[in-house]
Design a protein around this ligand. Structure first.
Ligand SMILES: [Zn+2]
Length: 237
């Protein structure tokens, strides 16, 4: 599904050459696409360049109800190469190999990495969109550097505003830790209070989305008080 957002680069083709993540998120290489999807099956067997455009997508975007917010937990990744590389199927840039539909860069640029019609192997699952914010942000009771910058906050909000227009069923937003599966250990750390308070809680106020009770297909560990910490709210309008 083509999605236009001001300031967003479309690197879906550049991101289609790999079926496994770079390992930046959580340190281990994991399949990018959801279990049972055509892309996952094709990726398991693929050798060499893996052209995702050749495989069918896994869902109708009209079923997408939920946004899940993450942080990359890496201090600084690597700025994107020039726009001319956005369609380079052999890209090895780490953003292109993240398990995310969108990446919000620290400098406020946005990247569309994996088509929302593909189900990813992350907390968003069948009904969700996974958004990664570049950075390594803490969750101590008192905010400490590094903090999520204004440019990234504004970009993240802009992305959600446009997604709200494109995807009619969007109605819920959660920090990864709230809807994590298994023994994830992300309850406090992902996406962390800086992103949750300035993006997630903003979407609840501004877009009327729901955060406390996920739709039925997700577990609900609740939003940890370390994530819902008003000390992190930048009070941006
Ligand atoms: Zn996460």
């Amino acid at each position: 599904m083509d999605i236009y957002v001001p300031g967003m680069r479309d690197r879906r083709i550049a991101a289609s050459d790999e079926s496994h993540s770079s390992g930046v998120q959580g340190g281990s290489r994991r399949p990018i696409f959801g279990d049972g999807t055509a892309a996952r099956r094709a990726g398991d067997a693929a050798h060499g360049v893996f052209d995702l455009r050749r495989y069918r997508t896994g869902r109708d975007p009209r079923i997408i109800s939920t946004v899940v917010l993450h942080q990359t937990a890496v201090a600084s990744v690597r700025s994107l190469p020039p726009v001319a590389t956005d369609h380079d199927i052999a890209s090895e840039h780490v953003f292109d190999h993240m398990i995310a539909h969108f990446v919000v860069c620290a400098d406020g640029s946005l990247v569309y990495t994996h088509d929302v019609e593909h189900i990813l192997n992350d907390a968003g699952g069948r009904f969700g969109i996974d958004i990664e914010f570049e950075g390594d942000f803490g969750n101590d009771p008192e905010p400490a550097e590094p903090r999520l910058g204004t440019a990234a906050i504004e970009a993240g909000r802009r992305l959600l505003l446009w997604l709200d227009g494109y995807l009619p069923a969007l109605s819920h937003i959660h920090p990864h830790g709230q809807v994590q599966r298994g023994a994830g250990g992300k309850l406090h750390s992902c996406c962390g209070p800086d992103i949750w308070m300035n993006i997630g809680e903003w979407a609840v106020r501004r877009l009327g989305w729901i955060c406390d009770t996920p739709v039925a297909s997700y577990p609900n560990h609740g939003i940890s008080p370390r994530q819902r910490n008003t000390a992190y709210d930048r009070q941006l309008p």
